[in-house]
Design a protein around this ligand. Structure first.
Ligand code: SAM
Length: 333
């Protein structure tokens, strides 16, 4: 027997939404409809505006984990659904195509139904401004947008409405952390809430990590995350990298994750490098013209009088149908 909410057909959709948002849909059973009523299985008897009954319901073989299969959409629109979404802690971020905007609540509810660890779904309106903060609209779920995200042993408090954070870069952060040698001094010029410094601190043994960002909210979260992870060798610095780097010592490694404009800061980064230091720079480029952009980066760095050697390059992720984000490891002698 399953515990169910019994509602008349007219109220069934509202009831289903509320039950999913409260996180009490019992995913072991299938929703059942008779001629007048709908029976929705629930996991607890929290106060609800409908009567609770016990009923024999069809058992689901395994709960559905793909939101594409359960979302309520007019046929013909299903192909427009995004194939993936990002997850930061218990918050999901999805780009809703313009032809699906009027169904975004249904999409968000289906995502929560299929992924019970999600609490809130936000629609992504793109990254804006120098601080690279996303425009986000809540489309389903409950609570605020602040969440706690875990990555390679690091716990980070993040509010994606106030700061930039990209969960898809976790492997890249780990790749860099693995290169850090004992006692290194590291500089992250565009650190955000501190994911590169924190993953480095937890997984390697640097002497110090200087972490700069010009977004006051990012630095506030970074300071919290330093305390949360007892990473007292990370120094959070609020300010424009163009200005604050002058007061920092020479370093063994520089991270430059500002793909739209990192090139403008490359000479400055080179000037902070000890001989043999490594720069990890991320650049957005048209795929066709990447070889020229890579050459320009090396050329620009050499104009400082230092010798630059390309140590690694890779296409990190797709940015648009014709553009990608590329990663370069450049050694400075
Ligand atoms: C693409 S985000 C990367 C954040 C972080 N590295 C991460 O992986 O989550 C770029 C960051 O650079 C910061 N930023 C942009 N221009 C800056 C500047 N001139 N000086 C310092 N920080 C800057 C933004 O506020 C933003 O947090």
């Amino acid at each position: 027997m399953a515990l169910c909410v019994k509602v008349n057909k007219k109220e069934a959709e509202d009831a289903r939404k509320l039950i999913i948002q409260m996180g009490i849909l019992d995913r072991r059973y299938r929703v059942f409809r008779d001629s007048d009523n709908v029976f929705i299985p629930v996991t607890g008897d929290r106060e609800l505006p409908w009567s609770l009954v016990e009923k024999e319901l069809p058992v689901l073989d395994s709960p559905e984990t793909d939101f594409h299969r359960i979302v309520h959409l007019p046929e013909g629109l299903r192909d427009s659904l995004p194939t993936s979404f990002d997850v930061i802690g218990d918050v999901a971020i999805i780009k809703v195509p313009s032809n699906l905007v009027s169904y975004q609540e249904s999409i968000g509810l289906a995502m929560i139904q299929a992924n019970p660890h999600l609490r809130l779904v936000l629609a992504d309106g793109g990254v804006k401004g120098d601080c690279r903060v996303r425009q986000l609209e809540a489309i389903a779920g409950e609570g605020g947008s602040e969440t706690v995200h875990t990555e390679f042993g690091v716990r980070m408090q993040i509010d994606p409405r106030k700061v930039y954070f990209n969960p898809r870069l976790s492997n890249e952060r780990h790749r860099i952390a693995q290169q850090v040698k004992d006692g290194e001094v590291v500089l992250d010029m565009f650190a955000g809430v501190g994911p590169f410094p924190l993953v480095i601190w937890k997984n390697s043994r640097p002497a110090k990590v200087f972490a700069v960002d010009m977004n006051p909210s990012a630095v506030e979260y970074m300071e919290r995350n330093i305390r949360l992870n007892k990473a007292d060798g990370i120094v959070a610095i609020l300010g424009d990298a163009n200005v604050v780097l002058a007061d920092l010592p020479q370093v063994d490694r520089v991270i430059m994750n500002l793909p739209q404009s990192a090139m403008e800061f490359l000479s400055l980064a080179v000037s902070r490098c000890k001989p043999g230091a490594m720069i990890h720079i991320y650049l957005i480029s048209e795929r066709e013209s990447w070889p020229e952009m890579r050459a320009r980066a090396l050329q620009q760095g050499s104009e400082t009088g230092r010798v630059l050697r390309l140590s690694m390059e890779k296409e990190l992720k797709t940015y648009s149908p014709t553009m990608s984000v590329y990663a370069l490891d450049i050694q400075v002698h």
